[in-house]
Design a protein around this ligand. Sequence first.
Ligand code: PLP
Length: 384
Amino acid sequence: MSDKKLIYLDHASTTPGLPEVVLAVEPYWSMVAANPSSLHRCGQNAIAALDDARARIQKFVGADMPREIIFTGSATEANNLAIRGVVLKSGVSRAHVLAIATEHASVLEPLKALERAGAAEIEYVAVYEEGCVLPDDIARRVRETTALVSVGYANNEIGTVQHVAEIARAVRGKNSKTLIHTDAVQAALFLDMNVHDLGVDLMTFSAHKIYGPKGIGALYIKNGTNLEPVIYGGGQEYGLRAGTENVPLAAGFAKAAELAALRKNGENGNALKELRDFAFAEIRHIVPDAKLNGHPLKRLPNHLNVFIPSVDSEMFLVALSEEGICVSSGSACAARSQTLSHVIAAIGRGDWKGCHLRITFGIQTTRDDITALVRAIKKHLSRL
Ligand code: PLP
């Protein structure tokens, strides 16, 4: 193992927990360690802590009441709960669902499973070359029987941002009964997360993408929306997600959300955008035919996915890693599978030969980190 300094540029995969988050979690491992379902005073302290975390997360997304927030073990689980929950409760034998082709695996796989089981008919709406979908392209396909439209807010591989509010308006214009879900995992640090502004019924988000702890996600469920649970048991989380609640992680999630909300109002997004654009300009300087994947403007401020022609993706990533540069070539989940990214295929670049490098910056990233990244790219391009 090399002793080179590690430069972490993979914040779309996960973000490091902030010291404030670690401090917020700590007391709940030991001092308030009871089960929130226990009726004794220690249990009451635990449920009070959980309620407090839920109320703070409620505020983060502008929900009307705490019970609209359901804690889950991950964003993957929240997406499963949203999708399976709606379809299995829809009351029709084969619910119609619309989704876009570039969704995360935790949306696509439950959809495929429902289709295999004969419970749903899934229609995937295509995106354009920059990864955007047109609201009308979705609305046009909405039927009388469409139970759900699921559209990711910001794409994890190329950073393209969808206009969720416009999509929701267009869908409701066609069918006011169709439920709208957005996977807002990648958007939560930078974009408006207010569920009323977005006009959604269901919204997934996660702590570890906002400098909070791993192992906890959440689903916003608009009051009055009926879902079938995915996990049955002791009735926790309003009967939707059984299992003893994780109070320490909920406390850490709430702290991370508050810090994210504060940073959103500050200069963080602009600073990251400057770093991102600096990185792209420097890469283009040494690889003039490098191409941006994703939308040039409607894109997360910390997200750069760049196509570098004629290099082997895996060898390039390993070479960069040996230089201490931690970047990825797609989503963390797909990275080990060696299959072509469905997102890159969906934007029509599936047959481009080379490396699609995903570089995602965070609050600890500096200009020196970018200089080191570019130096490493230059060194290995001449070798590979
Ligand atoms: N949705 C999106 C857009 C993501 O980027 C991810 C993780 O990369 C997930 C869902 C799943 O998150 P988790 O692995 O925390 O369940």
